[in-house]
Design a protein around this ligand. Sequence first.
Ligand SMILES: C[S@@+](CC[C@H](N)C(=O)[O-])C[C@H]1O[C@@H](n2cnc3c(N)ncnc32)[C@H](O)[C@@H]1O
Length: 237
Amino acid sequence: MLYLIGIGFGKKDINLNSLETAKKCDKLYLENYTSKGCGAKDFERIFGKKIEKLDRDNVESDFLVKESKEKNIGLLVYGDCLFATTHVSLILDAKKEDVDVEIVHNNSVFNYLGDIGLSIYNYGKIGSITFDFKVDTPYNILKDNLKINAHTLFLLDLDVKNNKYLSGNDGLKYLFDKGMKDRLVVGCCALGTKEKVIKVGMAKELLNYKFDKYPQCLIIPSDKLHFIEEEALNNFK
Ligand SMILES: C[S@@+](CC[C@H](N)C(=O)[O-])C[C@H]1O[C@@H](n2cnc3c(N)ncnc32)[C@H](O)[C@@H]1O
């Protein structure tokens, strides 16, 4: 049996379901390349088991499904195990091999976006700004979203293994390079943790703001804000 277990971002995100599921697994792995949280050691203490970190190559190979044929295998994933991950492929591969899968959801970065006060109904397509600043796709997503008065969430690339993270400042640099004019933006760091930062301001002003906790994301609100959204954003200026 394969268990995909979302673990949120802080120790206190562990709910009864993730705790009980992790405890019944013969072996636990931590997928830590799609986000960053409090670290394997804390989870080893909570679950009372050794946890092995897995990189992308292993998660995306047949390794986990093969192991799950013989044992109860748990894959711990920061945030929610299926939000902005490719782990649905594991479910599909397991089905082909007659391996049962159980999914344990948890808080995702998308839950914490609620703190900002922009209505989820008003977001458009999500973009990802990657380490490769040559690509136009993220900027095109912003342009398309603005045309339909939708907010744009940009996820910012990370390379946990090499401790490299794009910051909100990097994201703004990319957008200015592509031609974005100065406008209201929201920078977020380490949502769902005690180190969380939400800062609202004009992009030029925030270009040099010290966004120094990771991971981070960037939101570009649409030009048309509901008055409740406007009031909520004012709390973070
Ligand atoms: C590929 S998504 C993985 C999402 C994860 N599975 C979840 O449910 O939250 C990772 C991206 O989301 C954003 N992100 C993840 N955790 C975050 C956090 N705690 N605060 C701000 N942004 C975060 C970053 O831009 C990061 O590169």
